[in-house]
Design a protein around this ligand. Structure first.
Ligand SMILES: Nc1ncnc2c1ncn2[C@@H]1O[C@H](COP(=O)(O)OP(=O)(O)OP(=O)(O)O)[C@@H](O)[C@H]1O
Ligand SMILES: [Mg+2]
Length: 365
């Protein structure tokens, strides 16, 4: 007779590698059922995009067959409850578990493309996801998602009129480009742009989300400071191309977020436009902007390297046509984004387990 105690005892030897503790201590094992030699239970991961899923499943099966019964037929169900480390239930966007900014330093390196496909990849993994376009001067979300000209609805939340995000491809979307005339925003100057952004953030009704991905404008300016002072940012994903000029600006971005003034954790760095592979020569990689510059920068700055995204015509076309590559059938390119999103989700989960609660930044400017 196999007992639940034996199963738990065996699983207390299985470590969640990122969190450095065993599954039982972390309270990740649920719903154990035993029927003869059939053992079924659920492991609740900290993110549905967890790249270690298969490894953890195999470790569970091995532990039970080794320590309980070699004839046990083990079925491990995997679910996820995305972790969060917000302790500020009353502050801005209280029901959003993780607020992730996508930033670079240099313009045009692919922040908006990466932010959109990151949001879609996290959602494909089973998480509830929103994408906010914080680029006041050059919003991209309306075009990338083919929702230009659509106007969001309003809803009354506890006596306050709030903006309801649009929904497309399974994620919630909002861009200042959907609220104001496209020509109007470009004439805003510093303080006006900052107050527009602040109002925009607090007036959108995101409701419950596992991840809110924020697409930032280029640079390291006022808008960035306004954002970190308005919402408690969980962490920043930095985008760069392998080129020296982009790397120098990415470094500035990393220093701004991780510096003592702002102190937002860096989730990691993703290298975009890493190489080009022609369709007729699928084994060739051409390093047009230099090789692995992003990877080296991540090593130098001691931040996680989250992956490489190739230069692909379909990424550009998809962006222009309102069909991001994550909803296309280009499986090779999708895999690059899924791997990147998995690494990002993993880094976020570790950040939540190991670091101080997220809070709004108070900066003296
Ligand atoms: N990996 C890629 N392969 C091909 N084209 C890409 C790739 N990444 C981005 N692009 C294209 O490059 C252009 C710039 O990308 P994107 O708008 O995402 O950059 P950005 O960093 O958000 O720019 P900005 O600083 O203006 O906000 C877009 O036309 C986009 O479709
Ligand atoms: Mg952009």
């Amino acid at each position: 007779m196999i007992t639940k105690e034996q199963v738990l005892q065996a699983l207390s030897n299985v470590e969640e590698p990122d969190l450095g503790k065993d599954l039982v201590t972390l309270n990740m094992v649920k719903d154990i059922e035993i029927d003869g030699n059939k053992v079924t239970f659920t492991v609740v991961l900290t993110t549905p995009a967890c790249p270690l899923k298969d490894m953890i499943r195999n470790a569970c099966v091995n532990a039970i067959q080794l320590m309980v019964s070699k004839d046990a037929a083990v079925q491990v169900n995997m679910t996820a409850n995305v972790n969060s480390n917000r302790k500020d239930g009353k502050s801005t966007l209280p029901k959003v578990k993780n607020i992730i900014v996508v930033a670079s330093g240099k313009g045009g390196v692919g922040k908006s493309t990466v932010a959109a496909n990151l949001a879609l990849a996290l959602s494909e993994g089973g998480a509830s996801v929103g994408l906010m376009d914080a680029d006041i001067y050059g919003p991209s979300v309306p075009i990338m998602f083919g929702v230009r000209g659509e106007r969001p609805m309003m809803v009354n939340v506890e006596g306050k009129g709030m903006i309801v995000p649009l929904e497309k491809y399974g994620i919630k979307l909002m861009s200042i480009g959907l609220l104001v005339d496209e020509k109007q925003a470009v004439v805003w100057r510093g303080p006006m742009a900052s107050s527009a952004l602040r109002q925009f953030i607090t007036d959108v009704y995101w409701d419950e989300l596992d991840y809110l991905v924020i697409d930032m404008p280029p640079g390291t300016g006022d808008i960035h400071l306004t954002l970190v002072q308005t919402v408690p940012v969980t962490g920043a994903v930095i985008v760069t191309t392998p080129q020296d000029v982009a790397l120098a600006d990415a470094k500035k971005g990393i220093m701004m977020f991780s510096g003592p003034q702002v102190n937002v954790p860096i989730i990691g760095l993703v290298e975009n436009m890493s190489y080009f592979t022609p369709a007729e020569l699928p084994d060739n990689k051409y390093y047009i902007f230099g090789k692995e510059g992003g990877k080296r920068l991540a090593e130098d700055m001691e931040i996680p390297f989250l992956g490489q995204v190739p230069l692909v015509q379909g990424i550009r076309e998809g962006g222009d046509e309102g069909v991001p590559v994550m909803v296309s059938n280009d499986e090779i390119t999708k895999k690059a984004f899924i791997d990147f999103a998995g690494n990002a989700a993993r880094s976020i989960a570790m950040r939540n387990a190991n670091m101080a609660p997220t809070k709004i930044v108070e900066v003296a400017v």
